[in-house]
Write a protein that binds this ligand. Structure first.
Ligand SMILES: C[S@@+](CC[C@H](N)C(=O)[O-])C[C@H]1O[C@@H](n2cnc3c(N)ncnc32)[C@H](O)[C@@H]1O
Length: 211
């Protein structure tokens, strides 16, 4: 890649810090992700009124998976502010709360909150093994029932999807097997497979808490 191209790519990556642009790109590549929403609800066996934790919620795109009270937590204040306005109180959803905090921090963990169902979507490939382990340990501490992981598939058979995954900002896109190995110390993995959300090759891992 030439120096000019590298500069352009890095500019594009910076631009994606803007929540609106980030969401537009997601929409173009992955569509509305209704298949992901359906798989998560089914995998979690989500019941009306049940409280849901969305770890690394970003701009809150998946808050509407919840069928009851929802807590989205993300370390990026800009994203959380956007989420509040677009998917929370700002849009008449007081049951959806967004927290600008590090889930691994004592601030969150010492509150004594628990959730019957939790999810983490398209985030693990942005985190190192160590960061994922810390996040998963924190989720395991507050989850009492089921947990779902959605992430990217680095090995989709569709060549365009393969190209797109190579352009992703995440530095740690892992094969499904490696994703499962990261989750297993903290949760009982019950099922896992790959699927497509429009052009994006995705992975999904269904888990329950360890007894
Ligand atoms: C690619 S975004 C995914 C956003 C969202 N789940 C989605 O699918 O649209 C990954 C998010 O993880 C957040 N994050 C990373 N480490 C975190 C931590 N320790 N605690 C809370 N959020 C974290 C980042 O700020 C970023 O918004």
């Amino acid at each position: 890649m030439t120096a000019t191209n590298t500069g352009l790519v890095s500019k594009l990556k910076d631009t994606l810090d803007n929540p609106r642009l980030f969401n537009l790109l997601q929409l173009a590549v992955a569509g509305r992700q209704n298949i992901t929403r359906r798989l998560i609800r089914e995998g979690l066996n989500l019941m009306p009124g049940e409280r849901l934790l969305d770890v690394c919620c970003g701009t809150g795109e998946f808050a509407d998976v919840a069928l009851g009270p929802y807590l989205g937590i993300d370390i990026n204040e800009k994203y959380v502010e956007y989420a509040r306005q677009e998917y929370g109180e700002g849009k008449g959803h007081p049951e959806r709360e967004f927290l600008a905090e590090d889930i691994t921090g004592t601030g969150f963990l010492t509150r004594g909150l628990t959730f019957p169902k939790s999810m983490i979507i398209n985030s693990m490939h942005h985190l190192s093994d160590e960061q994922n382990s810390a996040v998963l340990a924190a989720v395991a501490q507050v989850t009492t029932g089921r947990f779902v992981v959605v992430d990217m598939d680095p090995e989709p058979s569709n060549p365009l999807s393969k190209f797109l995954v190579q352009q992703d900002r995440g530095e740690y896109v892992r094969p499904l097997k490696e994703q499962i190995a990261l989750v297993e110390p903290y949760f009982k993995v019950e099922n896992a497979f790959t699927y497509y959300a429009r052009l994006t090759g995705q992975t999904i891992i269904f888990c329950s808490v360890k007894s």
